[in-house]
Design a protein around this ligand. Sequence first.
Ligand code: OGA
Ligand code: MN
Length: 237
Amino acid sequence: MILSPLLPLLLDGLGSPVPVPHFTDAEVQELGSGGLVLRDGALGHPLATLLRARLEQLDSRGALVPAGLGHDGRLIPALRSDRVATLEELGPDPVLEAVWAWFDRLRQALIEATWVGLPRFSVQLACYPGGGARYARHVDALPGDRNRLFTAIVYLNPDWRPEHGGRLRAWVRGQPMEVDPLWDRLVIFRSEAVPHEVLPAWVPRYSAAAWMRGAEAIPALADPDVVRRRVAGQEEG
Ligand code: OGA
Ligand code: MN
């Protein structure tokens, strides 16, 4: 038997077939103009099932911790009440490695489709534990901060129903729209272009999010005072 050299692209490290992400021109245009791109069946059922089980396991043994806000990571549960861990923080694990590899392919698909340089990414697992857990309206990156260019979230809630809450509300070109956090659904948007919030969740809500990052963060541009000084400097000269 001859093994096609393409085969490894279609298998995760666990030997299950995994969908290969791809974007159409219309989707690239939608991302560029501040819209959302959705994809159901993102990870494929086998990997999504493994990841969901792993998330529950990690959360039940306390590996996910309350998420903070802003640069100083303040805990304000009234504004943000999910529990999170980055894949880098969690030890070696074949399921998490397969998830990492999938997001890496997503990163490559975004580079090919958009021509934006995305040399780095990070992945965070999240659980909104229910009881009204939410995340108030925010953007994932300040304008000009190339640290986070695209946000990609996969939802892992197999039996989601409207009364469970936890919808993503996003403002697309100023208009609010809502996304149901359905099983194996991927949503992607430009991190600085789309304000969004997680509406109160009444049952545990699980997800994995990746931030695709530029070549280097430009912290100076993310600091409003520095931006003001630069703009003033440009005006002078
Ligand atoms: C975030 C976030 C949205 C979601 O983690 O920054 O906004 O739907 N998540 O999980
Ligand atoms: Mn966000």
